[in-house]
Design a protein around this ligand. Sequence first.
Ligand code: ATP
Length: 324
Amino acid sequence: MSAEPLIEVDGVEKVFDVRRKAGFLRRERHEVRAVDSLTFSVPRGEMVGYIGPNGAGKSTTIKMLTGILTPSAGRLRVAGIDPSRERAGLAHRIGVVFGQRTTLWWDLPLIDSYRLMRRMYRIPDARYARNLERCVELLDMAPLLEVPVRQLSLGQRMRGDIAAALLHDPEVLYLDEPTIGLDIVSKVKVREFLRDLNAERGTTVLLTTHDLTDIEQLCRRVMVIDHGRLMYDGDLDGLHELGGGERTLVVDLERELAPIEVESARVVKVEGVRQWLTFPAAHSAAPLVAAIAGRYPLADLSVREPDIESVIARMYAGGASLTY
Ligand SMILES: Nc1ncnc2c1ncn2[C@@H]1O[C@H](COP(=O)(O)OP(=O)(O)OP(=O)(O)O)[C@@H](O)[C@H]1O
């Protein structure tokens, strides 16, 4: 993977001027700092998760990266292009999927939307045919092409939207909640497709989602934004540590015994021969297991990771600091 940054965000801010009712006739102006001192870069070929609570600034960031919004301050580049200055030029290099909205023509059969896009983006015939064939095959869309978009299920429509975003071979794909509302089978299909797209074609992906399984299954790197500021940029393991999570060691003893007493872990539950001990997520389980095995009749054990949802919830609540 090359280290060339495809997305560069340097000290970017977005301030909205909002007027609020402050009396019978009076309106008060105030500023909403939706994005604040945001700095990150994404190398070509990376698939990065971009997460944060509601109103954190995720959509505002994506809108600046597509050129829909102009930053109030700072510098943005996508494939070397300043998005708000060369929005039309950039459109040929990026693909965007908004899970909550469709870019497809509601009353037309799916294939007609694709034909219109081929014209809009001036996609050469061979490239269009190749990309369409690939999406139709990998996303199981053959039976859907003649169906009007309004008759498609949410999962079918989402697959249709993903294909639409890829017909012109974009270098970067922004995905905003691509699995929202989908059943588990559709989610698995969409995730598999995105993983292959990234691995085989090297498409750079910025993924915004509230479904943390998307992140766990697709992204090695995750960025967390809150109140417009980057709170974390790193791998998932680091996020677990930052969240101050605990792991759980589940121990089966050969017979029922009093709660195990061992340093650096504490028993939180006992059920028959089974005992649950929690210990800091950042610590290795090996010395703990050795200490228990040396003093107790151990029959079996397993280690459970904290689920990422609780890690993130703890992080949001604690206002963790920025790390790189
Ligand atoms: N056009 C606008 N005018 C005024 N305020 C806005 C505008 N767009 C966004 N905001 C405000 O900026 C902040 C960030 O919003 P944004 O939509 O980027 O958050 P988000 O992380 O995408 O949230 P969600 O997960 O709910 O979609 C919020 O306080 C929002 O109310």
